[in-house]
Design a protein around this ligand. Structure first.
Ligand code: CMP
Length: 139
């Protein structure tokens, strides 16, 4: 069953490039309600745990280094069909393949530095949201 929630991070590249406001505007304009949000920075341990499923991938080291390189915005978003609709809004992982008008097409620079994260399933949305937020921080 769909939980109608997804989890996102505005990644260090987009924060450094000054795109927090524009990305949040795209997200809310698309009908997502922000039910939790924080400005934070991942520690090495946080990033290794969060991206644990990618541990064996050749890009794991690069991914962890990048995701700990600066501040991020983490948020839980609510909307009917949230996971699928949010992935459509952000576009393909590689911005070169992302459709016109998507967040990654507009703000990402490369497959590694791709501006935003979006959960790939309801199950992962719940796990990732709980990684960053306690129940008392979700409204
Ligand atoms: P995301 O979907 O947020 O979570 C996994 C991340 O791994 C993905 O975004 C990309 O930023 C990153 N990633 C995937 N493939 C590559 C790759 N070939 N090289 C570098 N980073 C990658």
């Amino acid at each position: 069953m769909s939980t109608n929630r997804t989890f996102t991070m505005i990644k260090p590249d987009a924060v450094k490039n000054g795109h927090i406001g524009a990305i949040l505007e795209k997200i809310t304009a698309a009908g997502f309600k922000i039910v939790a949000m924080k400005y934070t920075q991942l520690s090495l341990r946080d990033a290794q745990e969060f991206y644990g499923v990618h541990r064996e991938r050749p890009f794991f080291g690069e991914l962890v280094e990048f995701m700990t390189s600066g501040t991020i915005v983490a948020a839980i978003l609510e909307k009917e069909n949230a996971v699928e609709d949010f992935r459509a809004l952000i576009g393909a992982t590689n911005p070169a393949d992302a459709a016109e008008g998507t967040i990654r097409k507009m703000f990402a620079t490369s497959i590694g530095e791709n501006a935003v994260h979006g959960s790939d399933s309801d199950e992962n949305a719940a796990i990732e949201g709980a990684f960053h937020f306690s129940g008392r921080e979700i409204y």
